[in-house]
Ligand binder design. Structure first.
Ligand SMILES: [Fe+2]
Length: 220
């Protein structure tokens, strides 16, 4: 959670973020505690860097120094911020053994509407996860079409569709599975990921993003 103070304008607002310990998953099926522990440490590094970056940008802004240093730090902002936020979505959607996706649930019906079936969605989501490169797979809700769609996010910051809401987020950087497996272990890791998805939480995320019932198909 972040803390922010705002008492009228007294300089650029800076927020000090802290690791969201309540999101740390435990006792996952097929993903070891050591894997999560090392991954969590990397997440804490993003939180630290977001705070560091925010402080430096605020100081430069206060001094009116908008030269190359400011520009390069500003370019870095998306990487660090998304590195923090995506890990929070990822850890938050994992729960030991998962929770079932109810057949009649809103999310289940939306996946069927947009992909034909849950199995068809799962197949594409996993295939996106197997794409070459370091990044993320995100099941997004598209507010314009009221549809669900899988996106590949390169690194942490490239490819996010503006205004879409993340429903299920999967980290496929090698550090997400190298402790338990090997450089070639992504496919096995993706199967383990599915075993631990908290579908009840995903259902809540969809309901928050799209309060109305779906009216049309339109996934891809
Ligand atoms: Fe990660």
């Amino acid at each position: 959670m972040g803390r922010a103070a705002r008492r009228g304008y007294d300089g650029p607002m800076t927020t000090i973020y802290e690791p969201r310990k309540e999101l740390r998953p435990r006792r996952l099926t097929g993903i070891s505690e050591e894997q999560i522990s090392q991954h969590w440490t990397l997440y804490e590094g993003y939180v630290k860097n977001v705070n560091l970056l925010g402080g430096k940008l605020a100081a430069l802004t206060e001094k009116g120094e908008f030269g190359p240093e400011f520009a390069e730090l500003k370019r870095r902002e998306g990487f660090e911020y998304d590195g923090m936020l995506l890990h929070e979505h990822y850890f938050g959607i994992l729960k030991g053994g998962g929770t079932p996706l109810e057949p009649g649930s809103r999310l289940s019906r939306c996946l069927a509407l947009c992909f034909g079936s849950f199995a068809a969605w799962r197949r594409q989501f996993a295939a996106v996860g197997m794409m070459r490169g370091s990044g993320w797979v995100i099941l997004y809700h598209d507010p314009r079409r009221d549809a669900l769609v899988n996106f590949w996010i390169e690194s942490h910051e490239d490819g996010h569709p503006a205004g879409f809401a993340p429903i299920v987020v999967m980290d496929v950087w090698e550090h997400a599975y190298m402790v338990d497996g090997s450089a070639g272990g992504r496919s096995e890791y993706i199967e383990k990921f599915f075993l631990n998805v908290d579908w009840a939480k995903a259902e809540n995320a969809l309901r928050a993003a799209a309060p109305a019932e779906p009216v049309a198909a339109g996934g891809q």
